[in-house]
Ligand binder design. Structure first.
Ligand SMILES: [Zn+2]
Length: 381
């Protein structure tokens, strides 16, 4: 994890780089902030910068062995502790992070360092009642691990993700080592809810506050990740409250909801066309005319996609089709009505409508003409 891979937070990155460059390295640091603000990613990037042999331009190189191993959470001097648990464990059986490390690394890589506790607990399949926790046995393990000499890097680190899930017994064991640090041993605590930590832990750590991501930065991310309307991107950035994971939920919800609406409109158009329901086709056109231009464009794009896929199914090329779920179910039934005779004219109708919408044509006229033309072509295969 290089600093450049972290979204926004430029002031904090500069501050952390400067502190390392000047040799001001506090042995116990508490990174605070929501997962979607990048608190975990920031702690990893911090340690990577500290260990990198070829730092330049205020960042780690990302290529040396230390960088690579830290980036994949597989460095012998980077120890990781996080809340774990398992359904059906025996009473008295202590769960240790190491057992779950491969799953954690996979998730971390998938999330690009932005893992939320909820996603982690889902991955552990904890169900509704079981909680992830850091046990007192784990605390013993932490002390045992840190008593070994460091392998490669000068520094070694114990990164504890979500220390608020330690019970009091575990926290008290950790306290002692926080109080009497060993040379070149760092504690990097990453907490979403620091108010749940023991005051004695808080007083022994230096806080690194990872704040909300800047709105402009998130709006750019939204545009990069598929939101085409700049106004909508800004609205989403505002709604996501400085949190990348919230932003991604908004983008995913928006696009899948949009896709479903488009799919329903497409099905209605095809059913009405096949049954020659002219009056209803005109109502359909009016309904579409009332949508925003952006939604109309998105509907036409999806209609072209679904027609092309139906044609592929008709031509017996189902294995290269990109359909699944209800789209596949509908298009498979509908495929006999899209063939070599009408696919090109249908796509041409869509392109005409797209051009007219882009030129700000009257939507009611455009879509009424479009619906009736499509109806003729579907009917007369
Ligand atoms: Zn490096």
């Amino acid at each position: 994890m290089q600093f450049k891979d972290i979204i926004g937070q430029e002031d904090l990155k500069r501050h952390l780089v400067r502190s390392i460059d000047q040799g001001r390295i506090s042995h116990a640091q508490l990174f605070t902030g929501a997962a979607g603000q990048g608190s975990l990613a920031m702690a990893v990037a911090y340690f990577q910068y500290l260990c990198c042999r070829h730092r330049h331009n205020g960042d780690s190189c990302g290529e040396c062995p230390d960088c690579r191993q830290i980036a994949s959470l597989a460095h012998p001097d980077l120890h990781l502790v996080f809340p774990v648990n398992k359904q059906g464990k025996k009473s008295g059986e202590a769960m240790l992070s190491d057992e779950f490390l491969p799953i954690f690394r996979t998730l971390y890589e998938e999330c690009g360092g932005y893992c939320s506790p909820q996603v982690w607990y889902e991955r552990l399949d904890l169900g509704k009642t079981l909680k992830g926790m850091i046990s007192a046995r784990e605390a013993d393990e932490i002390i045992r691990k840190l008593s070994f000499k460091s392998f490669e890097a000068d520094y070694k680190a114990m990164l504890i993700w979500l220390p608020e899930t330690m019970n009091e017994e575990a926290a008290n064991k950790i306290l002692k080592i926080l109080e009497e640090p060993w040379e070149k041993t760092l504690f990097l605590l990453v907490s979403e809810q620091p108010t749940r930590l023991l005051p004695t832990i808080l007083s022994r750590t230096q806080e690194v506050s990872v704040g909300r991501i800047e709105k402009e930065v998130l709006a750019d991310v939204a545009m990069r990740e598929g939101v085409t309307d700049p106004m909508q991107a800004r609205n989403m950035a505002r709604l996501s409250d400085g949190n990348l994971l919230e932003l991604r939920h908004l983008i995913a919800g928006e696009s899948s909801q949009q896709r479903k609406e488009n799919f329903d409109l497409f099905c209605a158009l095809m059913r009405l066309s096949y049954n020659d329901k002219h009056l209803e086709l005109i109502t359909w056109a009016e309904e579409v005319a009332a949508l925003s231009r952006e939604q109309q464009r998105s509907l036409l794009r999806d209609a072209a996609r679904l027609l092309r896929e139906s044609f592929m199914l008709h031509a017996g090329l189902g294995e290269i089709s990109y359909l699944w779920g209800e789209e596949l179910a509908f298009c498979a039934k509908f495929a006999p009505f899209v063939g070599i005779e009408n696919i090109e004219p249908l796509i041409a109708q869509i392109e005409t409508a797209q051009a007219q919408i882009n030129q700000n044509g009257n939507s009611t006229i455009v879509f009424t003409h479009f619906a009736l033309a499509v109806s003729k072509m579907i009917k007369h295969l």
